[in-house]
Write a protein that binds this ligand. Structure first.
Ligand code: TIU
Length: 217
């Protein structure tokens, strides 16, 4: 299929979708993203596009894997360096309007309704920005027998890019859905896509959702 920087070697039977951290904590007011001082409305805008991409993979009978950045209630998997960084209005574990910030089981840690996992879909809870660190994702992907990963979700230059880099190092061909990912900083999104696809696809490929859906049909 057509992609940047050149055609992506799309193989239907070899492909899974990974939807990164489409959680209320990043997308809705009162969560972690807002506590960091960000305008979260930019992220809410991609929700319908992410939902369309998910629906296309489900129609094609291909695996959809969701991730959530969150921590155990006792914060034993949250390094103090992460919790204490910067001067957010609420820190990880603090009580906010959607429950405790970035804590598993709290309303804010849930995936937004429009992108909610379907029964049977894998949900990976991750303590870091990358979805491979301290999670069973490698084993899940080995069990599925896939070698190509399509990426969507938030935020482009933080959890999406980190996970794409981790996947690239593990031998996966990675394709980013450019309009199904977003950043609080438009210039960082553009830079992330540019640095992923530069140097002959040093991290992977990029293409819009419509092109990916066409390849799935
Ligand atoms: N702050 C920010 O841009 N992102 C994160 O903290 N996590 C994810 O990207 N999911």
């Amino acid at each position: 299929m057509r992609a940047e920087p050149f055609d992506f070697p799309f193989e239907r039977a070899e492909t899974a979708l990974i939807v990164i951290d489409m959680q209320r904590d990043f997308i809705e007011p009162g969560g972690f993203g807002a506590a960091l001082g960000n305008d979260v409305s930019r992220l809410a805008a991609i929700t319908p596009t992410v939902a369309r991409l998910i629906a296309g993979f489900r129609r094609a009978g291909l695996p959809v894997i969701h991730t959530r950045e969150c921590h155990r209630p006792d914060l034993s998997d949250c390094p103090p360096a992460k919790r204490l960084r910067g001067a957010p209005s609420l820190r990880i574990g603090d009580a906010g309007p959607m429950g405790r910030i970035l804590v598993a089981g709290e309303p804010g840690a849930e995936i937004v309704t429009d992108c909610a996992p379907a029964p049977g879909e894998t949900v990976i809870d991750k303590p870091g920005k990358g979805a491979f660190y301290a999670t069973p994702l490698s084993d899940v992907l080995a069990g599925l027998g896939v070698s190509r990963l399509v990426f969507a979700g938030v935020t482009t230059e933080v959890c999406v890019q980190t996970t794409m880099r981790e996947a690239n190092d593990r031998g996966f061909d990675c394709l980013l859905a450019t309009d199904a990912t977003e950043s609080y900083f438009p210039e960082f999104k553009a830079a992330a896509i540019a640095m992923i696809t530069a140097q002959g696809g040093i991290v992977g490929w990029a293409a819009p959702t419509d092109a990916i859906l066409e390849a799935l049909d």
